[in-house]
Ligand binder design. Structure first.
Ligand code: AMP
Ligand code: ZN
Length: 482
């Protein structure tokens, strides 16, 4: 049974799905006014891992993610740059999709855009008015009436009266005058001059941010759906408001489970432009391999804060390299399985595969503990190395060892790391071994055959200066990049 930490319940609960064998999930997408940063990427990679794991466990996953393509931030950016909001949103939507592909995040089943769903949103706003949960003002705004929804605050654990006190201060400053109650929030905003707008029963305007997720989740998943996700900063007000609108309008549960990812920080501090520690995903990918970045992210449990630093990037690079090298060593042993005698304990190999699979499932079933699961994969890789090191496999050994190699690739796939592609990338690099390096290897091999150790060591040192090392395997010397 998969257990997930449910924000609303404040504890781990069994994942109960509405439809047997199917998980319907909704993860709030970006507001497209800039390239996404690595904090956004962390949340999207976490939910991609969760989705991949659910699929690996046999669920059919319907994954919906919106694109917020109308918003104050987009309008401001368009004004600053003298462009239209539509142009700005289009550019950054395309960039977002490209960035997601670059880190191997799967496309959602449906990716609705706010601007293409205005009619559905107007219908929901009308439904809220009809059921007495929202009201229009003379200026053409429509507000959700927070006190009309009994359990407002229960998702984020807030007390409505304490919130009221905070808002009273805003009211004395004259900001909140148009609302019946300072707690109320906009579901429809009257158009201001020069802003994108659509006709509605309340005059020209545009939707509030929260209403779009209420609409799109209902339209593409139906209510209730199984999992609603996002970063922890969305719990309040965004998710609290989505839930209030949806449950008030339809009188049914909105999402059965709520999942929130921890924030990415830089050297222990919040990432922000003013602190000059703000990194766009695409800038990081100039120097960091996307597989290494995924590794780094998934080495931390998705709910914990994640500290991003150069050291963490280096560590993740070394970790991935270790796994790649283990697969290469297995491939080498499998390709050269010419031994006459069995050298590997076949039962031990089988047991290793079985226990690793079990431990991986245990870790991941426990609220997607990718950090623990990756640790298990490392133990597995270490044990696999020990099993074949220095041995020439027989044909029977190869049969016993092949499932180990297959399991490493399979489990890395759950983390969105395509091992075959990563290894193929290395092979391409191996194809370009410079002639000088090949020559030095030949010198070293000759020298060793002639027992001229000084000359062999000299060749080895020169190879090291050029960034290469020689692995002596039962099948002969092999060049590796250092
Ligand atoms: P936004 O475009 O601001 O709505 O953000 C898109 C997604 O990125 C949301 O799920 C946010 O919770 C998430 N997010 C924003 N900043 C961070 C951060 N520093 N760490 C992790 N997730 C973040
Ligand atoms: Zn949302």
């Amino acid at each position: 049974m998969i257990r997930i930490y449910d924000t609303k319940m404040h504890k781990k609960v069994d994942l109960e799905t509405v439809q047997h064998g199917m998980v319907k999930m909704y993860v709030c997408g970006p507001t497209v006014y800039n390239y996404i940063h690595i904090g956004n990427a962390r949340t999207f990679i976490s939910f991609d891992m969760i989705r991949r794991y659910l699929e690996w466990r046999g669920y059919e996953v319907v994954f919906v993610q919106n694109v917020t393509d109308v918003d104050d931030k987009i309008i401001n950016k368009a004004n600053e740059e003298g462009r239209s909001a539509v142009e700005v949103a289009k550019e950054y939507t395309e960039a977002f999709i490209a960035d997601m592909h670059a880190v191997n995040v799967k496309d959602p089943t449906v990716r609705p855009k706010a601007t293409e769903e205005i009619d559905t949103m107007i219908a929901l706003v009308q439904q809220l008015i009809d059921t007495g949960h929202a009201y229009a003002t003379d200026d053409g705004d429509v507000y959700f009436s927070v006190r009309s929804f009994n359990s407002y605050g229960s998702l984020s654990g807030r007390n409505i009266d304490e919130m009221e006190a905070g808002h009273r201060e805003l009211r004395t400053e004259g900001i909140e005058d148009r609302k019946n109650d300072p707690l109320d929030f906009a579901v429809w905003k009257a158009a201001k001059p020069g802003e994108p707008s659509w006709p509605s029963p309340w005059g020209d305007g545009r939707p509030g941010w929260h209403i779009e997720c209420s609409c799109m989740s209902k339209k593409y998943l139906g209510l209730p759906f199984d999992i609603h996700g996002g970063g922890a900063d969305l719990v309040f007000p965004h998710h609290e408001n989505e839930r209030a609108q949806s449950e008030a309008a339809d009188g049914v549960t909105f999402a059965n489970h709520w999942m929130h990812g921890g924030m990415l920080q830089i050297n222990g501090e919040k990432m922000s432009k003013s602190l000059n520690n703000f990194f766009l995903l695409r800038d990081i990918l100039e120097t960091v391999d996307p597989n290494v970045l995924r590794f780094l992210m998934l080495q931390t449990h998705y709910r914990s804060p994640l500290d991003f630093s150069d050291e963490r990037v280096d560590e993740a690079g070394v970790a991935l390299e270790r796994i790649k090298n283990a697969v290469k060593a297995l491939d080498w042993a499998l390709e050269n399985a010419t031994g006459a005698d069995d050298a590997v304990d076949a039962q031990a190999a089988e047991e290793l595969v079985r226990t690793t699979r079990r431990k991986f499932i245990e870790a991941m079933d426990d609220d997607f503990n990718s950090s623990k699961a990756l640790g298990d994969v490392f133990d597995f890789v270490g044990a696999a190395n020990a099993l074949v090191a220095g041995k020439t496999l027989s044909a029977a050994d190869a049969e016993a060892v092949r499932p180990i190699r297959e399991l490493i690739v399979e489990l890395m796939g759950v983390f969105g790391v395509d091992m075959e592609a990563a290894l193929a990338g290395d092979d391409d690099a191996d194809d370009d071994i410079p002639a000088e390096v090949e020559e030095l290897l030949a010198v070293r091999t000759e020298a060793r055959a002639a027992k001229d150790w000084a000359r062999a060591d000299e060749a080895r040192d020169k190879l090291a200066e050029l960034g290469w090392t020689v692995m002596d395997t039962p099948q002969g010397p092999r060049l590796e990049r250092i």
